[in-house]
Design a protein around this ligand. Structure first.
Ligand code: AMP
Length: 171
C-alpha cells in the first residue's frame, strides 16, 4: 500500500448518504505527505511538455497550484459558476452527487497550448471529462490528467478514452 494512504481519511455518508468521502485534509496538513503527493502527481508529466496546469475548483486548486510551481508552469482555475470576472466559456456535467458547472476564462489559453488537468479525486470522471472538453473548446491541447486519488470502482477512466491519466493512490 502506498505510504500516502494513511493520510487520506475515509468519511462515510458525506456529503450525502451512501458516499464514502475521501478527505485529503490530513495529507495537505503534512509537509512530507503533501510534498510527496505533488512529486508523485508530477510523475510522467515531467517528460511531457506543457505550458499550463488547469486546476478544478476547489481541491484541484490546492494540488494544481503546487504542481504548477513544481513543473514550472502557469496556473488556470476552472471555477464554479459565476466566480470568474472576465468572459468565460462554460460546461455543465453530472457528478457522483448532484450536478455542476465549470467555467474558464475565454482568453486563458493561446491556440494549441499544451495543458495538464489536475484534480484531487477521479471518481465517475464526469468532472475531469468536462474540464478536458472545456479546455479543448478554448483551443488548448490536453496533454493528460493527474489525480491524487482514483476511485477504481467508479470507472472514471471510461469517460476519458484515449487520454493520458495518472493517479497516485488507486482506492
Ligand atoms: P467525478 O466527476 O465523479 O469524477 O467527481 C470528481 C469530483 O468530485 C472531484 O472534484 C472530487 O473532489 C469530488 N469527489 C467525487 N467523489 C468523491 C469522493 N468519494 N470523495 C472525495 N471527493 C469526491
Amino acid at each position: 500500500m502506498n505510504e500516502l494512504r494513511r493520510f487520506v481519511r475515509d468519511v462515510p455518508d458525506f456529503p450525502t448518504p451512501g458516499i464514502l468521502f475521501r478527505d485529503i485534509t490530513p495529507l495537505l496538513a503534512s509537509p512530507e505527505a503533501f510534498a510527496s503527493s505533488i512529486d508523485a502527481m508530477a510523475g510522467p508529466f515531467r517528460e511531457i511538455p506543457a505550458r499550463k496546469v488547469v486546476g478544478i475548483e476547489a481541491r484541484g486548486f490546492m494540488f494544481g497550484a503546487a504542481l504548477a510551481r513544481e513543473l514550472g508552469l502557469g496556473f488556470v482555475p476552472a471555477r464554479k459558476a459565476g466566480k470568474l470576472p472576465g468572459r468565460t466559456e462554460r460546461i455543465s456535467y453530472g457528478l457522483e452527487y448532484g450536478s455542476n458547472v465549470l467555467e474558464v476564462h475565454a482568453d486563458a489559453f493561446s491556440p494549441g497550448e499544451p495543458v495538464l488537468i489536475v484534480d484531487d479525486v477521479l471518481a465517475t470522471g464526469g468532472t475531469a471529462a468536462a474540464a478536458a472538453e472545456l479546455v479543448e473548446r478554448l483551443g488548448a491541447r490536453v496533454t493528460g490528467l493527474t489525480f491524487c486519488i482514483e476511485l477504481a470502482d467508479l470507472q472514471g477512466r471510461s469517460k476519458l478514452p484515449g487520454r493520458r491519466i495518472h493517479a497516485v493512490l488507486v482506492l
